[in-house]
Every structure is written in structure tokens, then in C-alpha cells.
Design a protein around this ligand. Sequence first.
Ligand code: BGC
Length: 411
Amino acid sequence: MQLKFPQGFLWGSATAAHQIEGNNTNSDWWQWENSPQRLSELQKQNKNLPKNLEDYKSGIACDSYNRYEEDFDVAKSLNQNAHRLSIEWARIEPFQGEFDQEQIEHYRKVLKALRARGIKTFVTLHHFTNPVWFMEIGGWTKHQNLALFLRYAQKVLTELKDDIDFVCVINEPNVYAVLSYWFGMWPPQKKNYFLSRKIQQNMLEAHIKVYQLCKILKFPFEVGSAYHIRLIQIEGLFGWLEPWIQSILTKYIYKTAKYSDFIGINYYTRTLLVQRLFPFFFGVTKEKINVTDFNWEIYPKGLYLILKDLKQYKKPIYITENGIADAADHKRAEYIKTHLTAVHQAIDEGVDVRGYLHWSLLDNFEWAAGYTMKFGLVEIDRQNNLKRIVRESANYYAEICKNNYLETETK
Ligand code: BGC
């Protein structure tokens, strides 16, 4: 049976600057990856499992800063008509108040290269990384610093507006706030719940301010942000708490929906909360559930449930990320198929989903996991001059992009 998607549905993939471009030397992540503290932490974790420390430095990444035309040729050959990328603030404004016009021209060329291939552009302004100078003056912890982000946003958007179709102001404010300021896993490795809440609030406010600015300046593109939504489920005795917890976790979407032309959602997995809190009794193990290389459960129904929940905001929705770490490429095609079936079911039931951007086009620098996790439709052979090798699952996805429908056995 054919599951048809609405006419004009956007099909593509997503990336982020620091993860693919290479040599992002003025950013906080670069500084952290190369710091003695980070390297000694990795060495300590090394005891049982020897690690190649180079795998944990972004270095040249996929060299997409130089090879973007080649990457877009691949995307085009895979029948993609939309692409999400991010602009690197640390390149545009390497020193406070000094904008680098050459870098702006670089991104203009990048966006034009997509447009020339008939590919619509989704541009993220902040995807986890920050200029070093911004962090030195307190980064997102200081409310007065929002004005600096706004100034950067106004500069790039004014310059590049004619080549942009959609703007994602901030990528996953909740993930940045939690991993960098509460769990201490990402730079600047703070462990302060209250600070992490403040960061998230400041980022949401930045989203609203950028949205308002775009409307005042009558920019021609649509504005939203990309939110990471993890379905939280509580099975058994405490199941009644589930809607309450989920609504707390998505409250921030409620706050920004009015100030968004669309809602972007990044969906990967669900968390079974009780099992997570008491693994001794409920141990969620590889044997029990179908997981990715990252040990994340594959749970397509979660995407359906989240989309149904988002219907209340009455906004167009784009899946701005959805993908799987799967080095062997054994599960990716099925992952795509089952998640798109979930998207289709939501559309059938009246949810206004208008596009799907798979994470990711290329194997890339997976943050704290470095190059060990492979999310690409296209493999990057790091031993062979970063050669791009199209995976089997990419061809499967390309057929769907071409046909605008998904072939399934049953519905
Ligand atoms: C992020 C990406 C990341 C992906 C897989 C998302 O949360 O936006 O940058 O690579 O998840 O972990």
C-alpha cells in the first residue's frame, strides 16, 4: 500500500556547522575539545575501553566548509528538496562586535549553492556552539547578553535574507541547558539546575526577540526553532503522572508557539522514566528492546504521539531532525520507514506536518561521542580523504523523496 504525503511536502536532511565544517577554531567547543582537562577526562574513562583521543576532537570534521558543493550534489542526487544547516556565530563574529564579511559571503555562497540545486534552505542560527568571547562574558547565563545574540541575528539575517526559506533560531534550548549547565557533560560543564533553567528561559526569550525582529523588518522567510522532544513514559503504578510530566517538559513550546510561523521538532527516542530511575528492577537492556548504536530505544510511536499533542498549537510542523546512530546500516531504512509511517498517521488525523529532514546527511562529529556514532545517510571514510559513500538506506530514503509516498505492506 502507498502512504501518500501532501503535495509540496519537503524531503531532506539536516546538519550543523560545527559537526561538519571543520576548523571551527573560535568556538567554545573547539576550545573545550582541545583542553587538557577534556583530554585527561577522556583518558580516565579509557581504562577499560581504549579510545583514540583524536576521535573526540572535531578537527577537520567532514571538511564541508570547503566541500559543501559536493555534499549538496549528493543531497540532490538523493532527490532531496530541502536542507537544514547552521550558521556558525563564531565565524561570523570572531571577536565581539567585529563581523567578518568574508564569512558572511561564504554562507551566502553556501545558501545559493542549495538554491541553485532547487533545494529549500532551513538556516539555524544557534546549534549548541558559541564564540569563545561570548562565553568569557557569561554566555547565555546573562540576560544582558541576549542583545549580543540579537545583534548577530540581525546582521546575518539582513545580509542573507534573500537566500533563506526558513529560520530555526535556536536548536534544542532544552538539550543545551541540561547537558551544558545541569548534567555537566558538555562545555562549560556546569552542574547547576537553576542556572540551566535560566539558560533555557534566556534562549526562549532570544527566540521570541528574533521572531519579533523578523516581523518588524518584514523578512521574507518563516521563523521557528527546533525543539528536542523526548517522549517520557511511565508504565505501571505511576502512569497517571505521565501527561503531567510531558506537559511540564513541553511547556516551553507553549510559550513560544505564538511567536513562531512553524514548530520544528527533533525526535529520536523515548524514556521509560521508572525503568530509568530504578534500573535494578526494570533494567532496560539491549536484549529487551530494539536500540540504536547509542543504546537509544527505537520507538516510532512516540513521534506519532508527540505530533498529535502538538496539533493544539495550530501551527505547521516540520520534523527538523529524526535519525539513528547505525554504523552497520542494518536498521536505518526500517527506522525511516516506521517513523515516516508514524508521521503519515498523524497527518491522516489532521496534524499539519509539512516536511521531514533526516538527521543527518553525513556521518559527523557527534558532540561528546566524537566520531564514534554514525548518523549519516552518507558514510564519511575518515581513512580515505573523507570520501563520501552513499549508504543503502540513503537510496531507500531517496525513493520516498522522489515518489512523495512510502510503500508499506499494511497500514
Ligand atoms: C542534535 C544534533 C545531534 C543529534 C544526535 C540532536 O539533539 O541537534 O546536533 O547530533 O541530536 O545526537
